[in-house]
Design a protein around this ligand. Structure first.
Ligand SMILES: *Cc1c(COP(=O)(O)O)cnc(C)c1O
Length: 363
């Protein structure tokens, strides 16, 4: 069976480095907000091209803390409307709701799976205050159009960059095109820890300070709590692992692009649509589309190819979001019915790419 993603094999090359770092941390005995977290925040801010990076417990918290931070600063008010793509992972929406804001589900483009700037004007009301581009599957949401649209309507841009570490449009990287961005270091992401982790990137000094305090019990100074915060910090051990892996991210993203190029060259089936190749795509996922998706997935499984669906149920159809159930979002629904994620990773072999392609071509 060709696995969808082999995390054991993906992390194996770093085993010695991980063990050395873990031993050094054990020797130091400093486990929370130590020098590895500090180092990672500097490294990742510099990698993304932002002034600040603040580690968080996970990606959902990173998003939530951005919204809460803007509310604390008075730049967002509870009830403000936030534009989100209707086909995102549920975390994007949960963060908006958690902060007391109102998500507005915007139909994406069927070709890119990203926000569609040709229909976005229609969602604007006097209460619209921010837009959340989700760089879904590793493709950067068009940054020039995005900035122009946000400027025209005076919206904050809050990037959900959880799937797009290193994605770029040639001059700006994911995490640096908006006012603030949220990353996840969940093990399966392009930059993955050995457990949960997340981060916020921003150039805004005030926001960075508020988020840093909010994630640490609302305390800017030890045992002084000026705001009601939570406990959501990047773990010292995870930061150490991420420092090791960050230096390999660009190479790994290049390997993902090469794998995607192979799929493009090898797969040829009238009922299977391949994703457009765009510059700077980091292929967190290689997502094809087929009107016969479920039969295709079953056929691949019979041919020893494991695939996944990102995501089988659109957010507005989830039990947790019942109040949005009646929304008419045909594009999101079609996407969720038709998408299928093929195995892809920096270490997928040419032999496996060929086997997957052959299995699809025989569908
Ligand atoms: C993974 C992911 C998140 C949440 O990250 P966690 O670290 O799992 O909390 C948010 N948004 C998107 C698009 C994701 O893929």
């Amino acid at each position: 069976m060709i696995k969808f993603l082999d995390l054991q094999q993906l992390n194996a090359p770093y085993r010695d480095a991980f063990q050395e770092k873990s031993a050094a941390i054990l020797n130091r005995g400093s486990f929370i907000l130590g020098e590895e977290v500090q180092k990672f925040e500097l490294n990742f801010a510099s990698y993304c091209g932002t002034k600040h990076c603040i580690g968080t417990g996970n990606g959902l918290d990173a998003l939530t803390l951005i919204f809460r931070g803007y509310i604390h600063l008075g730049q967002l008010q509870p009830g403000d409307e936030i534009l989100v793509p209707s086909n995102t992972f549920i975390a994007t929406i949960l963060a908006v709701l958690e902060a007391g804001l109102q998500p507005i589900f915007c139909e994406p483009s069927m070709d890119s799976f990203l926000l569609d700037f040709s229909n976005l004007e229609g969602y604007i009301t006097p209460k619209t205050k921010a837009i959340v581009p989700v760089h879904l599957y590793g493709r950067l949401c068009q940054s020039d159009e995005l900035t122009a649209f946000a400027k025209k309507h005076q919206l904050l841009i809050i990037e959900d960059a959880a799937q797009a570490h290193g994605a770029s449009d040639g001059y700006r990287k994911a995490g640096s095109i908006g006012d603030a961005a949220a990353f996840s270091f969940y093990p399966a992401k392009n930059l993955g820890a050995l457990g949960d982790g997340g981060a916020v990137t921003t150039n805004n000094d005030e926001l960075a300070a508020v988020i840093r305090a909010l994630g640490n019990y609302g305390s800017a100074k030890k045992y002084q709590h000026d705001i009601r915060g939570v406990n959501s910090r990047l773990d010292e051990l995870q930061a150490a692992f991420l420092n090791i892996k960050l230096s390999h991210l660009d190479t790994q993203n290049q390997q993902r692009r090469a794998a995607a190029a192979s799929y493009r060259a090898l797969i040829n089936h009238p009922d299977v649509m391949l994703p457009d190749d765009t510059f700077g795509h980091v292929y967190h996922l290689f997502v094809v589309r087929s009107a016969r998706r479920d039969a295709l997935q079953a056929h691949l499984f019979t041919n020893n190819v494991e695939t996944l669906i990102h995501y089988p149920i659109p957010p507005h159809r989830q039990g947790a979001l019942a109040e949005f159930r009646e929304l008419s979002l045909p594009i999101a629904e079609q996407i969720h019915r038709e998408v299928l994620s093929l195995p892809i990773s920096p270490i997928i072999s040419n032999a496996d790419l060929e086997k997957v392609a052959k299995a699809i071509n025989s569908f």
